[in-house]
Design a protein around this ligand. Structure first.
Ligand SMILES: NC(=O)c1ccc[n+]([C@@H]2O[C@H](COP(=O)([O-])OP(=O)(O)OC[C@H]3O[C@@H](n4cnc5c(N)ncnc54)[C@H](OP(=O)(O)O)[C@@H]3O)[C@@H](O)[C@H]2O)c1
Length: 304
């Protein structure tokens, strides 16, 4: 049962611009109700021009924890009193944890969220991912967390395919200290790399439903020929969760390939944030998943 909001109710929330479509409030409030915590989690629309002031004010208001989403994941790092080693390595923060002496610890739970279905889901190979090839499509913000996760799993080789050679090279250089074997791949050369891929992760927004644009949801980042080049049993992981399934995952499922969409990553990064804020080892993940799915069904295309 949800607590009635009172003068004792504590605040948590997500900072972003926009946050109107975020599934995080539905997910976290379901968890808070399940835990019987007198907190409320809000979507806090935060233009870049007020980010620093909002982060400081949230600290002053005894806010229990914040998520940070587009477009602030990189810039918020400079507003943190401390950064976790992972946030420092990725150059991106998605979770702020209040420090006892004031200020915020900036950390990142996207890697943990990304890894959860690869470690425990139906697509997880019995003997793990070590030594298996992975191809990452796209080299933007979320691709860094994905590459960090793939390094953690021991995937080898790992390639990242970008549509702009310069951006791909810059991405690989930025990851070099902790992903020295990461290889840049031109989009045109994907067909050559895909036959070695036990795992393909789409981090581009291609195929994401945009309000009022049904055509966007029909787009697929891989051509039928590229999909046909994948070996039997190759797993397709699409970070997108609107629509469910995406055109990429529909095409992969039609070829009998195991599929993972982005919803579990969203749920698991949220659960990891909540564990950090509460200090609890166990949070109601099933209630978070159910609430996210219900909010997705009820609302516009989500984004986080
Ligand atoms: N499930 C989750 O929890 C979760 C978490 C984070 C992100 N996501 C989803 O992941 C997607 C990417 O997010 P992001 O923050 O990484 O975005 P981002 O920083 O904008 O990066 C997107 C990447 O995709 C590339 N790209 C865009 N359009 C392309 C096209 N038509 N063909 C080939 N490459 C293209 C971009 O290349 P250019 O630089 O050339 O444009 C860039 O490398 C979004 O759909 C987001 O909703 C999901």
């Amino acid at each position: 049962m949800a607590q009635a909001i009172s003068a004792h109710t504590a605040l948590a929330g997500v900072l972003g611009d926009p946050v109107r479509h975020s599934l995080s409030p539905a997910m976290h409030n379901a968890a808070l109700a399940g835990l019987g915590l007198d907190w409320v989690y809000l979507g806090l629309p935060t233009p870049a021009s007020v980010l620093a002031g909002v982060v400081e004010a949230m600290g002053a208001l005894n806010c229990r924890g914040l998520n940070v989403t587009i477009p602030h994941k990189q810039t918020v790092a400079a507003l943190c009193s401390e950064l976790s080693p992972l946030a420092r390595r990725l150059g991106a923060v998605n979770t702020l944890v209040p420090l006892p002496a004031g200020g915020w610890l900036g950390t990142n739970t996207d890697v943990e969220g990304f890894l959860a279905p690869l470690r425990y889901g139906d697509a997880a190979p019995a003997d793990g991912w070590r030594g298996r090839g992975a191809v990452v499509l796209g080299c933007g913000g979320s691709a860094r967390a994905v590459v960090a996760g793939l390094v953690d799993l021991g995937c080898d080789p790992i390639s990242v395919a970008g549509r702009r050679a310069e951006a791909t090279a810059t991405f690989v250089a930025a990851c070099a200290a902790w992903a020295p074997a990461l290889k840049p791949l031109a989009w045109e050369d994907l067909a050559a790399a895909l036959p070695e891929a036990a795992l393909v992760v789409n981090t581009t927004p291609v195929g994401m439903a945009a309000a009022g644009d049904g055509e966007a949801a029909r787009r697929c980042p891989l051509s039928p020929e590229q999909l046909d080049a994948l070996p039997a049993g190759s797993t397709l992981y699409d970070l997108i969760y609107t629509p469910r399934p995406t055109a990429l995952l529909r095409a992969a499922a039609a070829r009998g390939l195991p599929c993972i969409d982005g919803l579990e990553m969203l749920v698991q990064q949220g659960a990891a944030s909540l564990r950090l804020w509460t200090g609890l080892e166990t949070v109601p993940v099933a209630a978070m998943r159910e609430a996210a799915i219900a909010a997705l069904k009820a609302g516009d295309p989500g984004a986080d």
